[in-house]
Design a protein around this ligand. Structure first.
Ligand SMILES: Nc1ncnc2c1ncn2[C@@H]1O[C@H](COP(=O)(O)OP(=O)(O)OP(=O)(O)O)[C@@H](O)[C@H]1O
Length: 533
């Protein structure tokens, strides 16, 4: 698991070295905590014998130093641990986003959301709540056992045996007990996120068809399952706390018995008796974090697996996409397209566009026209064939998403660096007189269908203003769902948008076909029928 974590960090050696810092601070903080209790015990016992105060000075300074060191080094440990955890999360998050923009097929949106939020947060927990405390606690237990053995060997062995039970056996058992429910927890959380996202998105249809109660019931069912799984892990954690206290109590009583015998036999100075009793108590505080660490370990193991799966490079990613030859903005030969895991939709497609040429790609609904566009754009890997495509390609997707933010931010999807003036010019080039700060609502609910379409087209306009002319525009049903006048208006806008660019337009609209130089017709027999007009 640690190797997977380090591999995810993309700089494993540096991350491993960086981990040594919080571990070192953690060891010093915990040694200080245990040492504080031991030295305090000695000091109290010795002070009770009323020696000259100078005899106590070193111990008094020691208690103060250890008290301060415990807090200071604990703070540094937290700081260094979180530094690494957040750095790791940031790196993995960027890799996850890159992978997502490579266009691989996605999981449910809620599940995806929980992978890039909850699962990535869990990676941070792995560093802060598992690796650092477990490694530093192991050091401290050994150090305390050795130190106590020097005072009273039997008490030292008792402490090591008790620590083995409290720090190894019980957390291992906790991990086993909670194992299945921890795995279920991760799955249930992402299912809940999925269901919640689905219900939120489809609420109007659910209410309209009276299916809202059933949907809410399903949601409540997942919620109840989640509560049961949460309760299971909480029970395990509570049980472990109780068993650890029993274990600590047994070690303290045992230490007092062997210590008293040693004092009676004259082999142990009585002032050390308090040290034997208080050291296991201090160690309890350190060890008590371990069952929780074991539970976190189980939870993060599932999360780590899911994140690793998310950012695993997908096979065959758009290998056949090449730069275009000069003067040919698009040349695709022997192209076969289809969705990963599905049947080929179109095979043997040859498509060549000259500069400035307007080509309509038409065919029955569902034949795979949009899939061709997504393949040309590199979102879906081609199943066969080669694609040579220009650098400057503008793409208008069939259902170009309108984000729930301002008009200006929606326009800037086309060119992040666009200034206010370029945004204004892009909006006026699509005849939209919207204020830049106007909010467009979820899925563009606060604008009309025609306006949403023009807003999407304004991204092509702003990209041209910022980065220069396009060589090729790929437009997927630009006039879909629009009335005749609005469709004519959108067509006019597109025509004057990039006059010299080659255009591949997917359409069912005869007027759009009429405005093109050539029509490429696709037919169900998976054949290209008419390359000419
Ligand atoms: N993201 C996806 N994952 C898997 N299959 C998909 C995906 N998107 C579309 N499909 C399937 O691919 C096939 C072709 O869809 P596509 O959208 O390319 O057709 P189309 O010719 O553009 O249709 P239309 O004219 O109705 O828009 C359909 O059977 C569709 O169900």
């Amino acid at each position: 698991m640690i190797t997977t974590l380090l591999r995810l960090s993309s700089t494993p050696r540096r991350s491993l070295i960086a981990l040594l810092r919080p571990i070192s601070w953690g060891v010093i903080a915990q040694v200080s905590a245990v040492g504080l209790m031991a030295v305090s015990g000695w000091l109290l016992s010795r002070a009770a014998q009323h020696p000259p105060v100078l005899y106590l000075m070193v111990a008094i300074v020691g208690v103060r130093t250890l008290g301060l060191a415990r807090g200071v080094f604990r703070y540094w440990e937290r700081l260094a641990g979180h530094d690494i955890a957040l750095d790791l999360q940031a790196k993995v998050r960027v890799r996850a986003y890159r992978q997502l923009t490579d266009g691989r097929p996605l999981h449910g949106s809620g599940d995806l959301l929980s992978r890039v939020t909850a699962d990535l947060d869990a990676l941070g927990d792995l560093v802060v709540r598992v690796i650092v405390p477990v490694v530093s606690t192991a050091f401290v237990i050994i150090a305390a056992g050795v130190a106590l053995s020097a005072i009273a060997p039997a008490a030292g062995i008792l402490l090591l045996a008790g620590s083995f039970v409290a720090a190894v056996i019980l957390p291992w058992w906790a991990g086993r007990l909670a194992g299945r429910s921890a795995d279920r927890l991760v799955g249930l959380r992402s299912r809940l996120a999925d269901e919640l996202a689905e219900v939120g998105r489809t609420r109007e249809d659910l209410v309209a068809y009276g299916a809202d109660r059933a949907a809410l019931g399903r949601l409540a069912g997942v919620d109840a399952d989640l509560a049961v799984a949460e309760r299971g892990t909480a029970w395990t954690a509570g049980l472990m706390v109780g068993l650890q206290w029993i274990c600590t109590g047994a070690v303290i009583v045992g230490s007092l018995i062997v210590g008293s015998r040693a004092v009676a036999a004259g082999s142990l100075d009585p002032v050390f008796l308090a040290v034997l009793a208080l050291t296991p108590l201090a160690l309890h505080e350190v060890v008590s974090a371990l069952p929780a660490a074991a539970l976190t370990w189980r939870r993060t193991a599932s999360a780590l697996r899911r994140v690793a799966e998310l950012i695993k490079p997908s096979a065959g990613q758009a290998t056949a996409r090449n730069p275009a030859a000069p003067g040919v903005p698009l040349a695709a030969y022997g192209l076969a397209v289809g969705w990963p895991g599905g049947r080929p939709l179109i095979t043997g497609l040859d498509l060549e566009l000259r500069p400035g040429e307007r080509v309509a790609l038409v065919g029955p609904s569902g034949i795979g026209k949009s899939t061709i566009a997504e393949t040309l754009m590199g979102s879906v890997p081609p199943l066969a064939g080669t694609i040579a495509i220009a650098d400057r390609v503008g793409y208008l997707a069939q259902d170009a998403h309108v984000f729930d933010t301002t008009v200006a931010e929606n326009v800037r999807i086309g060119a992040r660096g666009a200034d206010d003036d370029q945004v204004r010019r892009a909006l006026s080039s699509v005849d939209l007189d919207f204020g830049a700060d106007r909010l467009v609502g979820e899925f563009g609910a606060a604008v009309s269908g025609g306006e949403a379409r023009r807003l999407a087209i304004s991204r092509l306009a702003v990209a041209r203003l910022v980065d220069g002319d396009h060589d090729l525009l790929i437009l997927d049903e630009p006039t879909e769902h629009l009335d005749r006048d609005t469709a004519d208006h959108v067509l006019q806008i597109i025509r004057r948008l990039d006059e010299d660019a080659a255009v591949l337009v997917i359409t069912h609209d005869p007027r759009v076909m009429d405005s093109c130089d050539r029509v490429v017709r696709l037919e169900p027999a998976e054949r290209l029928v008419s390359p000419g007009r």
